[in-house]
Design a protein around this ligand. Structure first.
Ligand SMILES: [Zn+2]
Length: 228
């Protein structure tokens, strides 16, 4: 059935949890867009938003869309269960990519010490790399919290401007601290895929996450016909 959403791939996390990947095929010849959530286990706003988006698209299969859509609501189910930023091996999954600027250790605003593993040492990272290499998305929307801003990597300035306009979130060129081995560096800068990192504010309850979804919803729909 055209425009149905199907689970097409599942990886298994270090602690045995499923990492599901979904596809909505509009036309096999069209390029794809990736919507990604929960690189960091304590940032679950993206999973909520992607879940809401998927349900709306199932209910409205005729919405105008120039792309095939791919959804990975939760990359880090172990971190989510353990209520931590990191995965079960205590590695930051947004610092584990085999980029030119890879480091074994770094820091963030909240953490003095962040372990990055070895390049692509983590199952979750290798799964994501395989998905990008297989489906070659034309745009990537990666959802984090809680800096409340839009950041971008690679040729994504226009896309990031659209997101900033539609959400009212502040647009920045970088988050203000080093992010070696990040997914944005790997996919955006090195593979040149337009990539935005949508940092929402911290929504703890479903009510707050719904409020966030309503803020970012117009940008998500605009993405469906956007030319980066
Ligand atoms: Zn994050």
């Amino acid at each position: 059935m055209p425009n149905a959403i199907n689970k097409i791939r599942t990886a298994v996390s270090p602690q045995g949890r499923k990492i599901d990947f979904f596809e909505r095929v509009n036309d096999v010849k069209l390029p794809g867009i990736f919507f990604l959530g929960v690189f960091h286990g304590d940032e679950t706003e993206g999973e909520y938003a992607i879940g809401r988006f998927m349900r709306e698209l199932v209910e409205n299969p005729t919405v105008k869309c120039d792309y095939n859509l791919y959804f990975l609501p939760c990359l880090n189910p172990d971190g989510k269960a353990l209520k931590t930023r990191f995965n079960a091996n205590k590695v930051d999954l947004n610092r584990n990519y085999p980029t030119a600027n890879f480091k074994n250790e770094t820091q963030t605003l909240s953490y003095e010490k962040v372990k990055c593993g070895r390049p692509a040492s983590e199952t979750e990272t290798r799964f994501m790399m395989e998905l990008v290499e297989t489906y070659k998305p034309a745009m990537i929307i990666s959802i984090h919290s809680d800096l409340h801003l839009i950041d971008y990597d690679g040729p994504a300035e226009k896309l990031a401007q659209m997101y900033a306009e539609k959400t009212g979130y502040r647009l920045v060129e970088n988050v203000g601290y080093e992010t070696p081995g990040s997914f944005g560096t790997w996919a955006g800068i090195e593979k040149k895929i337009p990539l935005i990192t949508l940092e929402t504010w911290r929504g703890r309850t479903d009510e707050e996450k719904e409020k966030i979804w309503q803020e970012i919803r117009p940008a998500f729909y605009e993405t469906l016909t956007f030319k980066p």
